[in-house]
Design a binder for this molecule. Structure first.
Ligand SMILES: [Zn+2]
Length: 132
């Protein structure tokens, strides 16, 4: 698993095994932002210092701009002649609203990856891991 894959799977940036968030599903109400304080596997402290995750807002901002650009280009290329721009804007806002938890988590996960190096846990038996 590389850093990008670990970020997408919301895994600990150091061991790539422990989860960052308490629930895997970002859409569980009330648990959307619930993070482990430390990695359940290697005990890495996620919030290095108070305010560490403020920087993740820039990542989130970048995601939103990228998403806006992609959807707008897609709109002009595929739907402009068939769909009113106002419908496009409202649909865009709705999708952004729905995806907010995903972007929120992804930006924090990526932010953690920026500031932590991969150090695999040493295990006695490195058996072939099963999928799933
Ligand atoms: Zn870990």
């Amino acid at each position: 698993m590389n850093k990008v894959e670990a970020a997408l799977k919301m895994k600990c940036p150091r061991c790539h095994e422990g989860d960052i968030f308490e629930t895997k599903n970002p859409f569980v109400l009330g648990k959307m932002t619930a993070m482990h304080k430390n990695c359940p596997e290697c005990n890495l402290k996620y919030e290095k210092e108070v305010g560490f995750f403020y920087g993740a807002m820039y990542v989130s901002y970048a995601f939103n701009i990228a998403f806006f650009v992609i959807t707008t280009v897609a709109y002009y290329v595929y739907f402009e002649t068939r769909v009113d721009w106002r419908i496009y804007i409202w649909t865009y806002l709705l999708i952004t609203f729905i995806l907010f938890p995903v972007f929120y988590r992804l930006s924090r996960s990526l932010w953690l990856q920026f500031f932590n190096d991969y150090k695999p846990l040493s295990k006695e038996i490195s058996s072939s891991e099963s999928h799933g």
